[in-house]
Design a protein around this ligand. Sequence first.
Ligand SMILES: C[S@@+](CC[C@H](N)C(=O)[O-])C[C@H]1O[C@@H](n2cnc3c(N)ncnc32)[C@H](O)[C@@H]1O
Length: 447
Amino acid sequence: MKKNTTKHTKKQTIKRHANTTSSFAKLPILQQRIQQVAQVLDKVLKFNHPADAVLSAWFKENRQLGGRDRGEVAEAVFDILRHLRFYRHLAESGVGPAHQRLAILGLVHTVGQEKVQEVLDVAQQDWLMRVLKIDQGTVAAAVRFSLPDWLFETLQQQENPEALMQALNTKAPLDLRVNPLKVERDAILTALQADDALRLFNVQATPYSPWGIRLEGKPAINRWTFFEKGEIEVQDEGSQLLCLLVSPRRTDMVIDFCAGAGGKTLLLGAMMRSQGRLYAFDVSGARLAKAKPRIARSGLSNVMCVQIENENDVRVKRLQGKAHRVLVDAPCSGVGTLRRNPDLKWRQTPQDLAELTALQARILEKASRCVASGGRLIYSTCSLLPQENEQQVEAFLANHPAFTLVPFEQVLGDRLPKGLQSVNGMLKLRPDVHGTDGFFAAVLEKA
Ligand SMILES: C[S@@+](CC[C@H](N)C(=O)[O-])C[C@H]1O[C@@H](n2cnc3c(N)ncnc32)[C@H](O)[C@@H]1O
């Protein structure tokens, strides 16, 4: 296994900073860090683009920064996006530019109060001491959990809402999935656990998925030989479990209707042992283009990527009544993935949600026409909102009497992972309960 073995010594860090061309290059490192984070916030908080894309672009413009610098900037920016409403509340009383105050709070949380405090002036120190003493219990819950009101109100209807909201504001682990076409999980797990350089990452098998490996932290896995050989991929355990629910057979015809960059396609193809036929549909050519090298790496020869115009595309109509399994991994709010994409909560509005639910219903309707008699339609989202999940399924079933819900315990039979229970026959995964991103899935069988 190859890994990034570059040692980031103090000397190198100082040298790198000495070379930097930015205006704050001569400042102490933590002071530079505050400026860097504030500079990224100026761009990210416009919410014109996803935060990870903005960060990547900023890193390209600031090539002089080393791995550790980048890591610290990214950690602080993501922390601020997770706690934005609360930090803005704390920052109201401070001095200096607003984004600088947010940067200070983010860095206090990620690199530690002591280090940050050393580089603050007296007024900043006074403000920081004051706001860190605020009793969080006195702050309104939507502000404390840093959620927009509409989302807070919806999440509050869920069971044990505070635990859920808290979990959505934590950092997600890195979930890997082994490629069952090429390797056994135990072989990879044993190799990773034996590697001293990975000790810090606490490598473990995932509790539910038979293919999952969980790491705390982010090693550069795309440089590993396992990755280059297509033996492992990045995939949240919840997403792996959705594929288990599709349970395609080797000779089936399967449609992954919203395949995107192929996250689920890859596992479905491997579950089919690269046999049968697997269509990967998507309206986005750019996303399908990202799927192609992953498919090649994983050794699959049963996948056909097809860019469709929309759900009414003639190539969809041609497959009417033909598919044994149709997966609709619908475009959704992504609220279940807030641990990884905290900016989503600030970039969505109730109106976006209404548009998404209408699109989901249209896709479900057209995709259902491809299902053969006795075949299955699997509807999934990475959302926690009932409007996108059970309500969508209930509305579909009410209008399509040929389809019935098959409880997932029945779908999985002997392969049902210990500790997984359905909610009215549907799968609902939550970060606070299952340690996965938030996911929903329902299996609908055609008579
Ligand atoms: C949740 S993402 C899919 C993620 C993917 N299945 C994976 O596991 O990585 C939803 C996808 O639906 C696609 N999409 C949006 N509208 C669509 C439509 N009308 N028909 C098919 N796909 C659509 C989007 O381009 C996006 O890639």
